[in-house]
Design a protein around this ligand. Sequence first.
Ligand code: ATP
Ligand code: MN
Ligand code: MN
Length: 301
Amino acid sequence: KDVKPETKAKAPAPVSDVKISSRDRVIFPEAKATKGDLADYYAAVAPVMLPHLARRPASLVRCPQGRAKQCFFQKHDSGSFGPHVHHVPIEEKDGGVEDYLYVEDADGILACVQMGTIEFHGWGSHVDTLEQPDRMVFDLDPDEGLDFADVKKAAADLKRQLADIGLVSFAMLSGGKGIHVVVPLDPGHSWDAHKDFAKRFAEAMSLAEPDRFVATMSKAKRKGKIFIDWLRNQRGSTAIMPYSARARAGAPVAVPIDWDGLAAIDSARHWTIADARALLDRAASPTLKGWGFARQTLPAI
Ligand code: ATP
Ligand code: MN
Ligand code: MN
């Protein structure tokens, strides 16, 4: 056979054909990071982000003029995102039906970035099984004055208690102040069961150690404690998705972490959008393989 030698290396297929305008616009003044930097970050991490984000109804934090200017939380489709951002009609509490957004590929992520998105938040269920949650998250919110070491200890305690009832869990740095403890679940149970379980688990933790944990939203009761925010687990609530950037100073990102690796971390904002390469290497390492995935069902309580 006549095989022609390649004259030059084949250019890799672009991850997205979405055009990013105003690449030089500064989005993170403290980090001096631009919209182009943010788009490049998302293009790089899309392959490790999509297994978590794809096909979940998404809410976006959009800051078209940058994080220091006005930002807004967008749940509904305004119809201006183009063909890569999809809609799903969802019945809301009041009986009305609204179109929610979701993405399923790098184009979808980048189309959102083009529209000024910094943060991607996701539902605890997928569009195909909307009424069957498959991700429980305990959002650990430390009161001001607590150290990150206290949050790490709290996360490890939750992990242990969850393991005692047969549930595997995973830790994620929020990119802000806290840690999210994530429990993947097979779809099948209802939102009511999901929320009820999360509430009872958080309340049991705070009953056992009332000096450390609180499970109610009331600010007054949170002094010096860690709020185990279980309210992320209601139908319609969202949580920040793995590898999402945060609209906070320094351009931090939400990062999956293995339980052993957590010990060496001293802040929830350890990585930023400048760290795409390191995050991809970490994601491919044996300690993070399978992070966020487990076949398990909600135990009866
Ligand atoms: P931190 O570690 O700093 O607490 P976080 O992402 O956990 O970071 P929280 O303030 O605890 O931030 O919020 C928890 C979740 O609530 C967010 O991840 C997000 O999905 C949701 N949320 C935040 N802002 C809004 C908003 N304006 N409207 C609706 N939901 C929101
Ligand atoms: Mn939080
Ligand atoms: Mn919270």
